[in-house]
Design a protein around this ligand. Structure first.
Ligand code: ARG
Length: 259
């Protein structure tokens, strides 16, 4: 089993179900209407990552602070592959996704989003001190590149495979950006395309650097089940409250202080 398969298996079954999930499936769902089950995909620092086995990050703190402003309570966090987050809402395995998820029309066909809570562009990471120093998306043509499956970064690459700018054989898809950055450090691939705030975190912790930023003007929102207007409205009011009371700024200072 390679490590990609391993991640899929471990996140999809063990962590994905979790103790709460197992109990729910025995009792037929113990959650009352006021308890929202949150879901995410860690490995995307500083938004969501595991530290000593504990899920932490800006999204985790922000959603907790937002929920505190509402009538709702937060249940156990569930972890899924990034590609399984939208389906998890759709299949009622989660009520809210906090995963640095970009609001876009494709996802809006299946889920609803809160108001935006963070903005991002895409960035391209290369090995630190590498001879390869691309300056544009076109410069990546013919080079081995990677991204996390189901992300907007992957979408940029797939668009270019479809229009013939990139070769399909140059593209490596990963279940987690951490593995793509390890492959980049090891020289197995030459570049990784990902959200710029996360690229900056990898650049400060690992032997990689940002070659250039590609402006995409993305906005992250919390995703909720389609038609869950009560939940969405409450989260929007909560977001406004944490902006007004200074908590939002505290949290950005806490998690993005080094920028
Ligand atoms: N913002 C990008 C998207 O929505 C990447 C998000 C990846 N998030 C994560 N938790 N791995 O596609």
């Amino acid at each position: 089993m390679d490590r990609r398969t391993y991640l899929k298996t471990s996140v999809g079954t063990v962590a994905g179900l979790g103790i709460a999930g197992c109990l729910d499936s025995i009792t037929g769902g113990g959650d009352d209407d006021q308890t929202l089950t949150p879901a995410t995909n860690p490995g995307f620092a500083p938004f969501e990552m595991k530290e000593n086995g504990e899920l932490v990050g800006f999204d985790v703190d922000l959603l907790n602070a937002v929920i505190d402003e509402t009538e709702y309570e937060l249940g156990e966090w569930q972890e899924f592959d990034f590609t399984s987050l939208v389906p998890a809402l759709d299949n009622d395995r989660a009520d809210v996704v906090a995963a640095a998820m970009t609001i876009n029309d494709e996802r809006k066909q299946t889920v609803d989003f809160t108001d935006p809570y963070y903005s991002a562009d895409q960035a391209v990471l290369v090995q630190e001190g590498s001879d390869f120093s691309p300056e544009s998306m076109d410069d990546l043509a013919g080079h081995d590149i990677g991204a996390q499956g189901g992300t907007t970064g992957e979408g940029l690459i797939q668009d270019r495979i479809e229009n013939g700018t990139y070769e399909e054989s140059n593209y490596n898809t990963y279940d987690n950006y951490v593995f793509s950055v390890e492959d980049l450090e090891n020289g197995n691939i030459e570049a990784v395309v990902l959200d710029d705030p996360v690229a900056n975190t990898f650049a400060s912790n690992r032997d990689v650097e940002v070659a250039f930023v590609f402006e995409t003007d993305e906005e992250y929102g919390f995703a909720v089940q389609k038609g869950a207007d009560d939940v969405r409205t409450a989260l929007n009011e909560g977001l406004q409250a944490v902006r007004d009371n200074g908590t939002y700024e505290e949290l950005t200072n806490k998690w993005f202080a080094s920028e």
